[in-house]
Design a protein around this ligand. Structure first.
Ligand code: KIV
Length: 288
C-alpha cells in the first residue's frame, strides 16, 4: 500500500515532471478502487449533484452532503490525498462563512485540502482560508457553479479577452495563497501559458496536456453518467453497460427460477424430519 501523499510530495512530483492523476469519487467503494489503482488524489466533487443526486447541475449541493460524502471517501481511501469541494453558497456570502465551512471539511471529514471555484471574485476567501492553515485548490476557467452566468457549460479562454480573464483569475488565485490551481475547459495554449508562469502545480480538466496532472469526473471516466458527456472526457470503463446488463440478467434469473441456486441457500442444521414436524405443528395451530 502506497504511503499517503502530502503537499510536499505533490510539489516534488511537479519538480520532477511526474504527472499527478486524480479522479472524483463520492462513496467508500469507488474511493477504495481509486486508492487500489494508485490514484494520487481523490476529489469529492460537487459533481455529486449530477452523478449521485440526479440534479441538472451542482448548485443544489449542500455542505452537509459534501461532508457526508467526504467522510465516506476518507473511510474507503485512508491513504489517499482527498480534496473536499466547497459547494455553491458555502463561500459566497462572507469570508467568515468561507472559513467556517472550509474548517468543517477538515474537522468533520479529515480531508487534506479544499477546492473552490472562481478567481478575482474569491481572492479574499482564498486568502482567509489559507491563513487558517488550510490548503486551497483554486478552480478557474469553466466553473460549473457559475454555468448559468456563462450561458451553460461552455469552454472559456477561447478569445483573447476571455483568455486574459482566465489568466488573471489564475494569477489572483495564486497570489491569494492557493497552493494548487485547476483549470477547466480552456484551450491548451491558455493552460500551457498559465502552467509556464505559475510556480505552483497547475492541473487540468479539458485544458490539454501541458499541466502537472489531470483530473476526470468518475461518471465520465467509468461510463456511469450518460446525460451529458463533455468533449474532453475519456471513458475507461463501461459501468453503466455492465450494471444494466448485470441487473437484466438478475431480473431474468429470478423470473425463470434460476436464482437462487443451491449454492446460495442456507442448510438446515439437524434432522429435516424435525423441521417437517415443527412446520406441521405450527400450521395446525395457526389462525390468520
Ligand atoms: O466537482 C467536480 O467534479 C469538479 C471537476 C470538474 C473537477 O470540480
Amino acid at each position: 500500500m502506497a504511503k499517503k501523499k502530502t503537499i510536499l510530495d505533490l510539489y516534488k512530483m511537479k519538480e520532477k515532471g511526474e504527472k499527478a492523476v486524480w479522479v472524483t469519487a463520492y462513496d467508500s467503494c469507488f474511493a477504495s478502487y481509486a486508492e487500489k489503482a494508485g490514484m494520487d488524489m481523490i476529489l469529492v466533487g460537487d459533481s455529486m449533484g449530477m452523478i449521485v443526486y440526479g440534479y441538472q447541475g451542482t448548485t443544489p449541493v449542500t455542505m452537509d452532503m459534501c461532508i457526508n460524502h467526504c467522510q465516506a471517501v476518507r473511510r474507503g481511501a485512508p491513504n489517499t490525498y482527498v480534496i473536499g469541494d466547497m459547494p455553491f453558497g458555502s463561500y459566497h456570502e462572507s469570508v467568515e462563512d468561507a472559513v467556517h465551512n472550509a474548517v468543517r471539511f477538515i474537522k468533520e471529514a479529515d480531508v487534506d485540502a479544499i477546492k473552490l471555484e472562481g478567481g478575482i471574485a474569491v481572492e479574499d476567501k482564498i486568502k482567509a482560508i489559507t491563513q487558517a492553515g488550510i490548503v486551497v485548490f483554486g478552480h478557474v476557467g469553466l466553473t460549473p457553479q457559475s454555468s448559468a452566468a456563462m450561458g451553460g457549460f461552455k469552454a472559456q479562454g477561447r478569445t483573447t479577452d476571455s483568455a486574459r480573464a482566465v489568466i488573471n483569475d489564475a494569477l489572483a488565485v495564486y497570489k491569494a495563497g492557493a497552493k494548487f490551481v485547476l483549470l477547466e475547459g480552456v484551450p491548451e495554449e491558455v493552460c500551457s501559458f498559465v502552467h509556464k508562469i505559475l510556480p505552483i502545480p497547475v492541473y487540468g480538466i479539458g485544458a490539454g496536456a501541458d499541466t502537472d496532472g489531470q483530473v476526470l469526473v468518475i461518471g465520465d471516466a467509468l461510463g456511469m453518467f450518460e446525460a451529458f458527456i463533455p468533449k474532453f472526457a475519456k471513458k475507461y470503463a463501461d459501468i453503466a453497460g455492465a450494471a444494466t446488463q448485470g441487473f437484466a440478467q438478475y431480473v431474468k434469473e429470478v423470473k425463470e427460477g434460476v436464482f437462487p441456486a443451491p449454492e446460495h441457500k442456507y442448510k438446515i442444521s439437524g434432522d429435516v424430519s424435525e423441521f417437517e414436524k415443527l412446520f406441521k405443528e405450527i400450521e395446525e395451530d395457526i389462525t390468520l
